[in-house]
Write a protein that binds this ligand. Structure first.
Ligand SMILES: NC(=O)c1ccc[n+]([C@@H]2O[C@H](COP(=O)([O-])OP(=O)(O)OC[C@H]3O[C@@H](n4cnc5c(N)ncnc54)[C@H](O)[C@@H]3O)[C@@H](O)[C@H]2O)c1
Ligand SMILES: [Zn+2]
Length: 364
Protein backbone atom coordinates (compact mmCIF):
# COMPACT_ATOMS: atom_id res chain seq x y z
CA UNK A 1 0.00 0.00 0.00
CA UNK A 2 1.36 3.38 -1.00
CA UNK A 3 1.37 5.89 1.84
CA UNK A 4 2.99 8.93 0.25
CA UNK A 5 4.46 10.20 -2.98
CA UNK A 6 7.01 12.96 -3.44
CA UNK A 7 8.00 14.46 -6.78
CA UNK A 8 11.67 15.35 -7.03
CA UNK A 9 12.43 18.10 -9.53
CA UNK A 10 15.46 17.72 -11.77
CA UNK A 11 16.48 19.32 -15.03
CA UNK A 12 17.55 15.84 -16.18
CA UNK A 13 14.07 14.48 -15.47
CA UNK A 14 11.60 14.85 -12.62
CA UNK A 15 11.00 11.61 -10.80
CA UNK A 16 8.73 10.18 -8.12
CA UNK A 17 9.56 8.72 -4.75
CA UNK A 18 6.84 6.32 -3.57
CA UNK A 19 6.59 5.43 0.11
CA UNK A 20 5.29 1.89 0.51
CA UNK A 21 3.90 0.47 3.76
CA UNK A 22 4.69 -3.17 2.97
CA UNK A 23 6.77 -5.28 0.65
CA UNK A 24 3.84 -6.08 -1.66
CA UNK A 25 4.94 -3.53 -4.32
CA UNK A 26 7.99 -5.69 -5.10
CA UNK A 27 6.19 -8.40 -7.05
CA UNK A 28 4.78 -5.92 -9.62
CA UNK A 29 8.08 -4.08 -9.80
CA UNK A 30 10.05 -7.20 -10.67
CA UNK A 31 7.82 -7.85 -13.65
CA UNK A 32 8.68 -4.74 -15.66
CA UNK A 33 9.47 -5.88 -19.21
CA UNK A 34 13.07 -5.80 -20.48
CA UNK A 35 14.31 -5.43 -16.95
CA UNK A 36 17.37 -6.72 -15.14
CA UNK A 37 17.58 -6.84 -11.36
CA UNK A 38 20.88 -5.88 -9.70
CA UNK A 39 21.36 -6.59 -6.03
CA UNK A 40 24.37 -6.93 -3.73
CA UNK A 41 25.19 -10.39 -2.33
CA UNK A 42 24.39 -9.38 1.23
CA UNK A 43 20.96 -7.90 0.52
CA UNK A 44 20.18 -10.79 -1.84
CA UNK A 45 20.82 -13.34 0.91
CA UNK A 46 18.52 -11.51 3.30
CA UNK A 47 15.68 -11.02 0.83
CA UNK A 48 16.17 -14.05 -1.43
CA UNK A 49 12.48 -14.95 -1.31
CA UNK A 50 11.49 -11.79 -3.21
CA UNK A 51 13.78 -12.60 -6.11
CA UNK A 52 12.49 -16.13 -6.71
CA UNK A 53 10.11 -14.87 -9.40
CA UNK A 54 12.99 -13.36 -11.39
CA UNK A 55 14.40 -15.61 -14.12
CA UNK A 56 18.05 -16.40 -13.26
CA UNK A 57 19.36 -14.76 -16.44
CA UNK A 58 17.61 -11.51 -15.43
CA UNK A 59 19.13 -11.46 -11.96
CA UNK A 60 22.64 -10.12 -11.26
CA UNK A 61 23.96 -10.70 -7.75
CA UNK A 62 27.44 -9.30 -7.11
CA UNK A 63 29.36 -7.94 -4.11
CA UNK A 64 28.26 -4.33 -3.64
CA UNK A 65 29.99 -3.01 -0.56
CA UNK A 66 31.90 0.28 -0.25
CA UNK A 67 35.16 -1.41 -1.35
CA UNK A 68 33.38 -2.50 -4.57
CA UNK A 69 32.38 1.07 -5.51
CA UNK A 70 34.93 0.97 -8.30
CA UNK A 71 35.35 0.98 -12.06
CA UNK A 72 36.10 -2.77 -11.84
CA UNK A 73 32.58 -3.46 -10.57
CA UNK A 74 31.18 -1.13 -13.23
CA UNK A 75 32.97 -3.14 -15.93
CA UNK A 76 31.57 -6.42 -14.61
CA UNK A 77 28.08 -4.94 -14.89
CA UNK A 78 28.69 -3.51 -18.39
CA UNK A 79 29.76 -6.99 -19.57
CA UNK A 80 26.65 -8.62 -18.13
CA UNK A 81 24.24 -5.98 -19.44
CA UNK A 82 25.75 -5.94 -22.96
CA UNK A 83 24.60 -9.54 -23.33
CA UNK A 84 20.91 -8.61 -23.25
CA UNK A 85 19.10 -8.11 -26.51
CA UNK A 86 17.33 -5.10 -25.01
CA UNK A 87 19.64 -2.09 -25.36
CA UNK A 88 18.43 1.50 -24.84
CA UNK A 89 15.08 0.03 -23.74
CA UNK A 90 16.68 -1.91 -20.88
CA UNK A 91 15.51 -1.11 -17.34
CA UNK A 92 17.70 -1.89 -14.36
CA UNK A 93 15.98 -2.37 -11.04
CA UNK A 94 18.36 -2.18 -8.11
CA UNK A 95 17.91 -2.97 -4.43
CA UNK A 96 20.49 -1.85 -1.89
CA UNK A 97 22.12 0.99 -0.01
CA UNK A 98 23.96 4.05 -1.28
CA UNK A 99 26.76 1.86 -2.62
CA UNK A 100 24.37 -0.02 -4.89
CA UNK A 101 22.88 3.31 -5.95
CA UNK A 102 26.24 4.86 -6.75
CA UNK A 103 27.47 1.89 -8.81
CA UNK A 104 24.23 0.97 -10.58
CA UNK A 105 23.42 4.64 -11.17
CA UNK A 106 26.82 5.15 -12.79
CA UNK A 107 26.25 2.14 -15.04
CA UNK A 108 22.69 3.24 -15.90
CA UNK A 109 23.87 6.74 -16.75
CA UNK A 110 26.72 5.68 -19.02
CA UNK A 111 25.59 2.48 -20.75
CA UNK A 112 24.13 3.47 -24.13
CA UNK A 113 24.31 7.04 -22.74
CA UNK A 114 21.52 6.28 -20.32
CA UNK A 115 19.05 3.50 -19.62
CA UNK A 116 15.99 3.32 -17.35
CA UNK A 117 16.67 2.73 -13.69
CA UNK A 118 14.33 2.01 -10.80
CA UNK A 119 15.91 2.13 -7.36
CA UNK A 120 14.76 0.60 -4.07
CA UNK A 121 16.93 1.92 -1.20
CA UNK A 122 17.36 -0.57 1.64
CA UNK A 123 19.39 1.48 4.15
CA UNK A 124 18.33 4.47 6.24
CA UNK A 125 21.05 6.59 4.67
CA UNK A 126 19.95 5.82 1.13
CA UNK A 127 16.27 6.43 1.94
CA UNK A 128 16.81 9.76 3.68
CA UNK A 129 19.63 11.10 1.55
CA UNK A 130 21.30 9.50 -1.42
CA UNK A 131 18.17 8.27 -3.24
CA UNK A 132 17.22 11.88 -4.03
CA UNK A 133 20.77 13.16 -4.52
CA UNK A 134 20.72 12.83 -8.36
CA UNK A 135 24.40 11.86 -8.20
CA UNK A 136 26.40 8.71 -8.85
CA UNK A 137 29.91 8.28 -7.45
CA UNK A 138 32.83 5.86 -7.57
CA UNK A 139 35.96 5.62 -5.46
CA UNK A 140 39.31 5.54 -7.26
CA UNK A 141 42.77 4.72 -5.87
CA UNK A 142 41.20 4.63 -2.41
CA UNK A 143 40.02 8.24 -2.81
CA UNK A 144 36.37 8.67 -2.09
CA UNK A 145 33.72 9.64 -4.70
CA UNK A 146 36.19 11.16 -7.17
CA UNK A 147 34.46 9.81 -10.31
CA UNK A 148 30.78 10.25 -11.06
CA UNK A 149 27.85 11.55 -13.01
CA UNK A 150 24.54 13.29 -12.40
CA UNK A 151 21.77 10.79 -13.07
CA UNK A 152 18.60 10.38 -11.02
CA UNK A 153 16.70 7.09 -10.92
CA UNK A 154 13.47 7.10 -12.95
CA UNK A 155 11.53 5.94 -9.88
CA UNK A 156 12.36 5.32 -6.23
CA UNK A 157 10.40 3.07 -3.85
CA UNK A 158 10.97 3.54 -0.12
CA UNK A 159 9.79 0.86 2.29
CA UNK A 160 11.11 1.27 5.83
CA UNK A 161 10.49 -2.43 6.55
CA UNK A 162 13.90 -3.06 4.96
CA UNK A 163 15.43 -1.35 7.99
CA UNK A 164 14.41 -4.32 10.13
CA UNK A 165 17.51 -6.23 9.03
CA UNK A 166 19.95 -3.33 8.92
CA UNK A 167 22.91 -3.74 11.34
CA UNK A 168 22.97 -1.20 14.16
CA UNK A 169 26.14 0.47 12.90
CA UNK A 170 24.58 1.09 9.47
CA UNK A 171 21.44 2.41 11.11
CA UNK A 172 23.59 4.85 13.11
CA UNK A 173 25.29 5.82 9.86
CA UNK A 174 21.91 6.85 8.40
CA UNK A 175 21.15 8.67 11.62
CA UNK A 176 24.41 10.59 11.14
CA UNK A 177 23.38 11.96 7.77
CA UNK A 178 19.86 12.77 9.07
CA UNK A 179 21.38 14.61 12.05
CA UNK A 180 23.28 16.75 9.55
CA UNK A 181 20.02 17.66 7.79
CA UNK A 182 18.34 18.64 11.06
CA UNK A 183 21.31 20.87 11.90
CA UNK A 184 20.91 22.49 8.48
CA UNK A 185 17.20 23.12 8.62
CA UNK A 186 15.93 26.68 8.42
CA UNK A 187 16.29 28.45 11.78
CA UNK A 188 17.98 25.29 13.12
CA UNK A 189 18.83 26.91 16.41
CA UNK A 190 15.21 27.68 17.22
CA UNK A 191 14.27 24.08 16.39
CA UNK A 192 17.03 22.45 18.43
CA UNK A 193 14.74 20.77 20.92
CA UNK A 194 12.46 19.29 18.23
CA UNK A 195 15.49 18.09 16.29
CA UNK A 196 16.98 16.38 19.35
CA UNK A 197 13.60 14.72 19.92
CA UNK A 198 13.34 13.56 16.29
CA UNK A 199 16.85 12.07 16.33
CA UNK A 200 16.23 10.37 19.70
CA UNK A 201 12.96 8.92 18.38
CA UNK A 202 14.70 7.65 15.30
CA UNK A 203 17.46 6.05 17.37
CA UNK A 204 14.80 4.17 19.34
CA UNK A 205 13.36 2.88 16.02
CA UNK A 206 9.80 3.65 17.10
CA UNK A 207 7.21 2.80 14.49
CA UNK A 208 7.51 2.70 10.72
CA UNK A 209 5.24 5.68 10.24
CA UNK A 210 7.37 7.94 12.47
CA UNK A 211 10.56 6.77 10.74
CA UNK A 212 9.00 7.47 7.33
CA UNK A 213 7.94 10.97 8.40
CA UNK A 214 11.49 11.79 9.57
CA UNK A 215 12.82 10.49 6.24
CA UNK A 216 10.37 12.77 4.40
CA UNK A 217 11.53 15.76 6.46
CA UNK A 218 15.20 14.96 5.74
CA UNK A 219 14.49 14.75 2.01
CA UNK A 220 12.70 18.08 2.13
CA UNK A 221 15.62 19.77 3.90
CA UNK A 222 18.01 18.29 1.33
CA UNK A 223 15.82 19.51 -1.55
CA UNK A 224 15.77 23.02 -0.08
CA UNK A 225 19.57 23.15 -0.56
CA UNK A 226 19.48 21.58 -4.02
CA UNK A 227 16.86 24.04 -5.31
CA UNK A 228 18.44 26.17 -8.00
CA UNK A 229 21.79 24.38 -7.66
CA UNK A 230 21.17 20.85 -8.83
CA UNK A 231 24.72 20.48 -10.14
CA UNK A 232 26.38 21.41 -6.88
CA UNK A 233 28.16 24.62 -7.84
CA UNK A 234 27.04 26.90 -5.02
CA UNK A 235 24.52 26.49 -2.19
CA UNK A 236 24.28 22.72 -2.56
CA UNK A 237 27.98 22.56 -1.57
CA UNK A 238 26.85 23.28 1.99
CA UNK A 239 25.38 19.76 2.16
CA UNK A 240 29.00 18.72 2.36
CA UNK A 241 28.96 19.82 6.02
CA UNK A 242 30.93 17.14 7.88
CA UNK A 243 31.96 15.39 4.68
CA UNK A 244 35.47 16.74 4.13
CA UNK A 245 36.82 15.04 7.22
CA UNK A 246 34.19 12.29 6.94
CA UNK A 247 35.42 11.21 3.49
CA UNK A 248 39.03 11.34 4.70
CA UNK A 249 38.20 9.10 7.68
CA UNK A 250 36.39 6.65 5.40
CA UNK A 251 39.48 6.44 3.19
CA UNK A 252 42.07 6.26 5.97
CA UNK A 253 40.08 3.58 7.83
CA UNK A 254 39.78 1.66 4.52
CA UNK A 255 36.02 2.15 4.81
CA UNK A 256 35.74 0.59 8.26
CA UNK A 257 34.10 3.86 9.34
CA UNK A 258 30.70 4.01 7.59
CA UNK A 259 29.80 7.14 5.66
CA UNK A 260 27.30 8.68 8.10
CA UNK A 261 29.52 8.04 11.14
CA UNK A 262 32.33 9.80 9.29
CA UNK A 263 29.91 12.70 8.71
CA UNK A 264 29.06 12.93 12.43
CA UNK A 265 32.78 13.05 13.30
CA UNK A 266 33.29 15.56 10.50
CA UNK A 267 30.58 17.86 11.91
CA UNK A 268 32.13 17.66 15.37
CA UNK A 269 35.49 18.55 13.81
CA UNK A 270 34.13 21.42 11.68
CA UNK A 271 32.31 22.87 14.70
CA UNK A 272 35.56 22.72 16.72
CA UNK A 273 37.37 24.66 13.96
CA UNK A 274 34.57 27.25 14.00
CA UNK A 275 34.90 27.65 17.77
CA UNK A 276 38.65 28.28 17.38
CA UNK A 277 37.92 30.89 14.72
CA UNK A 278 35.39 32.40 17.16
CA UNK A 279 32.58 31.91 14.64
CA UNK A 280 30.60 29.59 16.90
CA UNK A 281 30.23 29.90 20.65
CA UNK A 282 31.58 27.06 22.74
CA UNK A 283 28.31 26.47 24.59
CA UNK A 284 26.35 25.87 21.39
CA UNK A 285 29.10 23.58 20.17
CA UNK A 286 29.02 21.57 23.40
CA UNK A 287 25.23 21.35 23.32
CA UNK A 288 25.31 19.96 19.77
CA UNK A 289 28.04 17.49 20.73
CA UNK A 290 26.22 16.28 23.78
CA UNK A 291 22.67 16.12 22.44
CA UNK A 292 23.05 15.32 18.76
CA UNK A 293 26.46 13.97 17.86
CA UNK A 294 27.99 11.92 20.68
CA UNK A 295 24.91 9.72 21.33
CA UNK A 296 25.16 8.41 17.76
CA UNK A 297 28.90 7.74 17.65
CA UNK A 298 29.75 4.11 18.53
CA UNK A 299 32.64 4.59 20.94
CA UNK A 300 32.40 1.22 22.71
CA UNK A 301 34.04 -2.02 21.69
CA UNK A 302 37.17 -0.58 20.13
CA UNK A 303 35.31 0.36 16.94
CA UNK A 304 37.74 3.20 16.21
CA UNK A 305 41.48 2.63 15.93
CA UNK A 306 43.94 5.38 16.78
CA UNK A 307 45.60 5.28 13.35
CA UNK A 308 42.34 6.33 11.63
CA UNK A 309 43.04 9.79 13.01
CA UNK A 310 46.58 10.12 11.69
CA UNK A 311 46.78 13.82 10.79
CA UNK A 312 49.20 13.43 7.86
CA UNK A 313 47.07 10.83 6.11
CA UNK A 314 43.90 12.80 6.76
CA UNK A 315 45.43 15.97 5.35
CA UNK A 316 46.57 14.02 2.28
CA UNK A 317 42.99 12.82 1.69
CA UNK A 318 41.52 16.28 2.30
CA UNK A 319 43.85 17.61 -0.40
CA UNK A 320 42.05 15.30 -2.86
CA UNK A 321 38.65 16.85 -2.08
CA UNK A 322 37.06 17.53 -5.46
CA UNK A 323 35.58 20.80 -4.22
CA UNK A 324 39.08 22.20 -3.57
CA UNK A 325 40.08 25.10 -5.81
CA UNK A 326 43.07 26.69 -4.08
CA UNK A 327 46.08 25.89 -1.89
CA UNK A 328 44.12 25.90 1.35
CA UNK A 329 41.87 23.04 2.43
CA UNK A 330 38.10 23.25 2.07
CA UNK A 331 35.67 23.05 4.96
CA UNK A 332 31.99 23.90 5.44
CA UNK A 333 31.84 25.73 8.76
CA UNK A 334 28.95 26.87 10.96
CA UNK A 335 28.69 30.49 12.00
CA UNK A 336 26.96 32.07 14.99
CA UNK A 337 23.31 31.21 14.19
CA UNK A 338 24.39 27.89 12.65
CA UNK A 339 24.21 29.27 9.11
CA UNK A 340 26.89 27.55 7.07
CA UNK A 341 29.65 28.91 4.86
CA UNK A 342 32.27 27.21 2.78
CA UNK A 343 35.87 28.31 3.31
CA UNK A 344 38.92 27.51 1.21
CA UNK A 345 41.68 28.65 3.55
CA UNK A 346 41.87 25.91 6.16
CA UNK A 347 45.48 25.30 7.15
CA UNK A 348 47.12 22.01 8.08
CA UNK A 349 47.62 23.29 11.62
CA UNK A 350 43.89 23.99 11.93
CA UNK A 351 43.23 20.41 10.86
CA UNK A 352 45.71 19.09 13.44
CA UNK A 353 44.19 21.22 16.19
CA UNK A 354 40.65 20.21 15.17
CA UNK A 355 41.61 16.53 15.22
CA UNK A 356 43.00 16.89 18.74
CA UNK A 357 39.71 18.37 19.94
CA UNK A 358 37.80 15.63 18.10
CA UNK A 359 39.73 12.73 19.63
CA UNK A 360 39.57 14.29 23.08
CA UNK A 361 35.82 15.00 22.88
CA UNK A 362 34.92 11.55 21.64
CA UNK A 363 37.42 9.94 24.00
CA UNK A 364 39.49 7.81 21.61
N1 LIG B 1 24.94 9.50 -4.64
C1 LIG B 1 24.65 10.24 -3.61
O1 LIG B 1 23.99 11.27 -3.73
C2 LIG B 1 25.12 9.83 -2.26
C3 LIG B 1 24.72 10.57 -1.12
C4 LIG B 1 25.11 10.12 0.13
C5 LIG B 1 25.91 8.99 0.25
N2 LIG B 1 26.29 8.32 -0.87
C6 LIG B 1 27.12 7.13 -0.76
O2 LIG B 1 26.36 6.08 -0.21
C7 LIG B 1 27.25 5.16 0.41
C8 LIG B 1 26.74 4.80 1.75
O3 LIG B 1 25.48 4.22 1.61
P1 LIG B 1 24.87 3.27 2.71
O4 LIG B 1 25.07 3.85 4.04
O5 LIG B 1 23.50 2.98 2.26
O6 LIG B 1 25.86 2.01 2.69
P2 LIG B 1 25.96 0.68 1.82
O7 LIG B 1 25.16 0.72 0.60
O8 LIG B 1 27.40 0.41 1.67
O9 LIG B 1 25.32 -0.39 2.80
C9 LIG B 1 25.87 -0.57 4.08
C10 LIG B 1 25.83 -2.06 4.48
O10 LIG B 1 24.49 -2.43 4.73
C11 LIG B 1 24.15 -3.60 3.96
N3 LIG B 1 22.71 -3.50 3.72
C12 LIG B 1 22.06 -2.74 2.82
N4 LIG B 1 20.74 -2.83 3.02
C13 LIG B 1 20.55 -3.70 4.03
C14 LIG B 1 19.40 -4.20 4.74
N5 LIG B 1 18.18 -3.79 4.43
N6 LIG B 1 19.60 -5.09 5.73
C15 LIG B 1 20.86 -5.49 6.09
N7 LIG B 1 21.97 -5.04 5.51
C16 LIG B 1 21.82 -4.14 4.49
C17 LIG B 1 25.05 -3.52 2.76
O11 LIG B 1 25.22 -4.79 2.18
C18 LIG B 1 26.33 -2.98 3.40
O12 LIG B 1 27.02 -4.03 4.02
C19 LIG B 1 28.59 5.84 0.49
O13 LIG B 1 29.45 5.29 -0.48
C20 LIG B 1 28.28 7.28 0.16
O14 LIG B 1 29.38 7.91 -0.45
C21 LIG B 1 25.91 8.71 -2.11
ZN1 LIG C 1 26.81 12.01 2.75
Amino acid sequence: MQIKKLTIPSSIRNFSVYFEKDFDFIEDLLQISNSVVIVGVHVYRLYRKFFKIVAPERLIVIPLEEKNKTLDTVMILYKRLLQFSAKKNLTVISFGGGTNQDVVGFVASTLYRGIQWVYVPTTLLAMADSAVGLKTSLNFLNYKNVIGTFYPPHKVYICVRFLGTLPEIEYLSGLGEITKFFLMKKDAREHFRESVEAIDTLRKKKDGETIASIIVESIQIKLSYMKGDEFDLERRNLLNYGHELGHALESVSKFHIPHGIGVLLGILFANAVSVTRQWLDKRTCMYINEKLLLPNIPVQGGFFKKNYFDADRIIDCMKQDKKRTSDGLVLVLPKENLSLCKVHDITSSEVRAGLMVLTKTVGF
